[in-house]
Write a protein that binds this ligand. Structure first.
Ligand SMILES: Nc1ncnc2c1ncn2[C@@H]1O[C@H](COP(=O)(O)OP(=O)(O)OP(=O)(O)O)[C@@H](O)[C@H]1O
Length: 753
């Protein structure tokens, strides 16, 4: 039973009155407590000391850089310390865990549990294995920092009966567990129900609404903290509890993005068709329009693997997290993601996974064969309660099934006093739930009621410039490929789950890496708006001191081969320096041209074709006027400028890469076209337009790009080039042809001479 201690006088009077009243009036009475909290809240600036915390706890918190209590902590801590039953509702990431852990620890420090106890004094029940681990780590770290001797254990569903018994044998002070594990312990006798009733002084139900949905929880309790389902709790187990509902979560809309919260959390959406979600998420990631780290939610495991395989083709590494994986692996994935070892985590929403489990079970029973049915862990969940470290952006690739689901998902960012952002990809199918979310947010037509804004900075052009590659790559990711990688990943994780350090969760699952990284999107393909948006994200990242780079070395590979003197011998010539690489990137030409050049260069190093690429010779067209007096040297050239000779080799394989190249050529042609339009619109005496040479227009046969010279052969191109009076006037040459080395050389020579 809850131990009741000191209680504020006013509260006590209210409670005494309440006890004499019928049930419905009691509930009204309890709701008065809510009002009191709301009134008190605004000017309460109490510190942890003011709340009555011991110095060692305050010091421990300070070592964790936690200096002042959050509102929920200010209200919950004194009441729990006073021995009250408490139900607390507060927005996601507002510090509810510490709101119960701190007073529980202080109570344990003060009243060391009786020696006659036959069961642990404090039970913290949580709905998922992930949350169990998180709360366990939090409480053990606090105990260590306070330098006190308290025993904490966590019970996990993966533990055998004997392990559970051993864990409980030394009579721990605090047990963190899921209800299912407690149930197992009660069944196998590791815990005695009577002993538990005698000894238990504090019961915490974290995410209580979820826990209660699992069924029969009727023990004594002191404190409960959760984000919903207060009425259910009141009826089931609480005795005149304090209902702490902070003003900012007083109604549902504020629960999601309260006004105070909106500075910290920027919620946005992109509207697109279901099949265009891939291209949009790719555009966001490839152009770095959203800040890392990124947590992406999908609604099915297959979806997560499809996305991972898709990203891989563009050189973007990610890890997947779902209920199918062994618990050890899951915890390790979270640990590595939190440690910053990879930037993109694709999580399958636990609710959806549970549904999938049910579907599978039904399916399996229908077929009378469980042979192929995969087992999903019902205790998996990363949407509720998990405190992701430094996740800046949450992406709803699939919309959640419910509006509260949205709250919890986006609540994985912008935690405590941090800022965060969310982007939801809303297809026509997701419009209904999106409407529901907006309506509970209280959105209407008024400008000041927009809680989810349209994502700015991703233009149609930026999306379209990726269409070819996206469509081809997505076609290549068949159901079979998804199934195989899912099975392969699971095999790998199961084999190594006991030694998770061997696992690299963001490893590639595709059979082979793409030969030409499709990730390289030349900057000249981007329009001004997208460039501006990228710059803003970069600036924001720099301002936050986030370089955006993952840190796998920092974790395990501190002593890498390159540093190990016994392994550093190499017969290879030193690699070209970083500067050289940057320059090559800046002076971008199609890889095929580079390859041909370097082959030729090896044969005749002094030839005109040595790697001083054609594009380095002249300024880009857009700079033609403003820089006309400068020397045309390499440093002067705009690194964003397009190549002047663009060769697309029809023999490029696979087809995907050829298409990507063609698409680049086409976009380049069109972007030059736009520059020309702007140029001719300028009021300048010298605005005669240089010719824009397009030969054998790439596949899409855009009428614009074809305007000038139409189809032709290499010889025709050469002819055109040699006939030009002033080659500096040529803006770009596109060749869509298979060139032999000699043809390539002749072409380039004619361009340069
Ligand atoms: N007083 C505080 N000052 C600064 N940071 C805090 C404070 N209290 C908690 N935090 C930090 O805030 C983060 C979120 O806390 P916590 O996980 O307890 O939130 P929550 O309210 O339980 O979230 P959810 O609703 O998602 O379960 C944690 O990283 C925690 O360390």
């Amino acid at each position: 039973m809850a131990k009741r201690k000191r209680q504020p006088q006013s509260d006590r009077k209210e409670q005494e009155k309440a006890e004499d009243k019928p049930e419905n009036e009691k509930i009204e009475q309890e709701d008065k407590a809510v009002v009191i909290v709301e009134e008190e809240q605004d000017d309460d600036e109490r510190s942890f000391e003011d709340l009555g915390l011991e110095a060692r706890l305050v010091r421990a918190l300070s070592k964790k850089s936690i200096e002042k209590p959050t509102p929920i902590q200010r209200f919950a801590i004194p009441r729990i310390l006073a021995g009250e039953d408490v139900v607390a509702r507060a927005k996601t990431g507002s510090g509810k865990t510490l709101a119960y852990l701190i007073p529980v620890l202080q109570k344990l420090f003060a009243d060391s549990p009786s020696k006659s106890n036959l069961a642990p004094a404090v039970f913290i029940l949580v709905p998922t294995g992930e949350l169990c681990q998180q709360v366990y780590s939090e409480v053990t770290s606090l105990i260590e920092l306070c330098r006190v001797q308290l025993k904490v254990v966590q019970l996990r569903s993966t533990m055998s009966a004997s392990d559970l018994k051993t864990s409980l044998a030394g009579l721990p002070d605090i047990v963190v567990s899921t209800p299912a594990c407690v149930h197992t312990c009660l069944k196998n006798g590791s815990l005695q129900a009577e002993a538990l009733q005698e000894s238990l002084s504090v019961l915490v139900l974290d995410e209580a609404d979820l826990l209660l949905s699992y069924g029969s929880l009727k023990p004594p309790l002191i404190c409960m903290l959760h984000s919903a389902g207060v009425e259910m709790l009141k009826k089931l187990i609480l005795h005149n509890p304090h209902i702490l509902t902070l003003q900012e979560v007083g109604d549902v809309k504020d629960d999601i993005i309260p006004k105070k919260f909106s500075n910290l959390m920027h919620a946005t959406f992109i509207s697109c068709s279901a099949c265009d979600k891939l291209i949009h998420i790719l555009a966001l990631l490839i152009h770095e329009l959203i800040q890392k780290k990124v947590l992406i939610f999908v609604n099915s495991i297959d979806s997560s693997f499809r996305l991972k395989l898709f990203f891989e083709q563009f050189g973007i590494k990610s890890a997947v997290l779902n209920a199918e994986l062994p618990q050890n692996s899951r915890l390790h994935i979270l640990e590595e993601f939190n440690a910053g070892l990879f930037d993109y985590l694709i999580a399958t929403d636990d609710r959806q996974a549970a549904e999938e489990l049910n579907d599978k079970e039904t399916h399996a029973s229908k077929k009378q064969s469980k042979k192929h049915s995969k087992k999903l862990d019902a205790e998996f969940g990363v949407v509720r309660g998990i405190d992701f470290k430094n996740v800046y952006t949450v992406v709803n690739y699939d919309m959640p099934l419910t509006a509260p689901g949205y709250v919890h998902r986006v609540g994985r960012t912008g935690r405590a006093y941090n800022t965060g952002a969310s982007v939801s990809l809303v297809s026509p199918e997701g419009m209904e739930i999106f409407g529901e979310i907006k309506s509970i947010l209280g959105e209407n037509d008024a400008e000041d009621s927009k809680y989810i804004a349209l994502f700015q900075g991703l233009t149609k052009n930026a999306v379209e410039s990726l269409r070819y590659r996206t469509e081809d790559v997505s076609r290549s990711i068949t159901k079979l490929a998804v199934r195989e990688s899912r099975a392969q990943d699971l095999r790998n994780e199961i084999l190594n789950s006991e030694n998770a350090d061997l696992l690299k969760h963001d490893k590639l699952l595709s059979k082979k890496e793409p030969a030409v990284p499709l990730r390289d999107v030349p900057e000249y393909l981007l329009d001004a708006t997208t460039k501006e948006a990228i710059k803003i994200v970069k600036l924001a990242r720099a301002a936050m001191g986030n370089t955006g780079s993952t840190n796998r070395r920092g974790f395990k590979g501190k002593f890498k081969k390159s540093r190990d003197p016994l392994k550093t011998f190499s017969a290879e010539a030193p690699k070209r320096g970083c500067r050289g690489r940057m320059k090559r990137k800046a002076l971008w030409v199609s890889r095929e041209v580079d390859m041909l050049r370097s082959n030729l260069h090896r044969r005749s190093p002094n030839s005109i074709l040595n790697p001083s690429p054609i594009l380095s010779q002249f300024p880009p067209f857009s700079r033609y006027l403003s820089n006309s007096n400068q020397d045309h040297d390499e440093t002067y050239r705009d690194p964003d400028a397009p190549p002047r000779l663009f060769v697309v080799q029809p023999r490029i394989r696979p087809q995907t890469h050829l298409k990507a190249k063609l698409e680049e050529a086409l976009s380049l042609a069109n972007s030059l076209e736009q520059q020309r339009d702007e140029f001719s619109a300028m009021e300048s005496p010298d605005n005669e337009m240089p010719p824009h040479l397009v030969v054998q227009n790439p596949a899409a046969k855009s009428p614009r790009a074809d305007t000038y010279f139409g189809h032709g052969t290499v010889e025709t191109v050469k002819c055109h080039i040699t006939n030009l009076e002033d080659k500096e006037e040529v803006d770009a040459v596109f060749v869509n042809a298979t060139l032999r080395g000699i043809q390539q050389r002749n072409l380039e020579a004619s361009f340069l001479c």
